[in-house]
Design a protein around this ligand. Structure first.
Ligand code: MN
Length: 263
């Protein structure tokens, strides 16, 4: 009898944060995202160290079939979108910025599927020339998009915020148009939208909660919320990762097809 072969998992490049601990500098990603990529998208997450232009991103992007940019405690450095850094706005992670921004631009250029979560959607916007607003809960008429104050992670990541998905968008194809509930744990959001981006979803106070790349050659979506956290129990969270995984498999199949045709 033939052994049951494990289904092939296409490779997906995953961003990393640079952190200091145990007297070493680490390039790491939170397990939540890596596990969601495996459980929700059925892909092989490959962590990319944050060494900026010392890395050949074209080489990487010819080897992987997707890119996932994670959330983080750090913020994009304001100098990258014409803002001023401040203690309150930090911490920053310039090594990550110097890696994710070119990686995002090149992934879009090459039509490699992209899922950008939380800090990721902010990096996607800045990579395409947009700006970010900070401490958005202090704006007139704005909701508080921060996590509730709690030691309990499940409470902090609770699904409480209503967003509305615009009809005709990529996410309308994933969820259907209309309202869904998501978790919200951010104090920054997109201010001016980057060129080549379109709004996919808005919170009830008008905050941009999801975007996609206009005329993208593949799935290229950013979400301000955290689908990775409840990927195993919330069907909408699962749907995003499934859609991303499907796009990654489609890209892998197209690449295999092009290789076969060339032989
Ligand atoms: Mn929000």
């Amino acid at each position: 009898m033939e052994p049951v072969s494990k289904m092939q998992q296409p490779l997906v490049a995953v961003s990393t944060d640079v952190r200091q601990f145990d007297n070493y500098t680490w390039h790491a990603a939170p397990q939540q995202y890596i596990e969601a990529a495996i459980a929700g998208a059925d892909v092989f997450p490959l962590l990319v160290p944050s060494f900026g232009d010392r890395l050949d991103f074209d080489e990487l992007l010819s080897s992987v079939d997707g890119v996932m940019v994670t959330g983080s405690k750090s913020n994009v450095h304001p100098s990258l979108y014409g803002g001023d850094p401040s203690e309150a706005n930090g911490p920053y992670d310039p090594a990550r910025d110097s890696t994710t921004l070119p990686l995002i631009r090149k992934a879009i250029e090459r039509g490699v599927p992209l899922l950008a979560i939380c800090r990721g959607i902010q990096e996607l916007n800045v990579a395409l020339g947009g700006t970010l607003g900070t401490e958005i809960q202090e704006r007139e008429g704005s909701l508080d998009h921060r996590a509730p104050v709690s030691e309990n992670q499940d409470e902090r990541f609770g699904i409480h915020q209503t967003i509305s998905i615009k009809p005709g968008t990529c996410l309308a194809g994933v969820f259907g148009a209309g309202d869904i509930k998501v978790n919200s744990l951010h104090r920054q959001a997109i201010d001016r939208l980057g060129s080549k981006l379109q709004v996919e979803a808005l919170a009830t106070d008008g905050t941009i909660e999801a975007v996609s790349v206009k005329e993208a050659r593949a799935f290229a979506v950013g979400v301000q919320w955290h689908p990775e956290y409840w990927v195993k129990s919330d069907s909408n969270s699962a749907k995003i990762f499934r859609a991303f995984g499907d796009a990654v498999r489609l890209h892998a199949a197209a690449k295999a097809g092009a290789r076969a045709a060339a032989e």
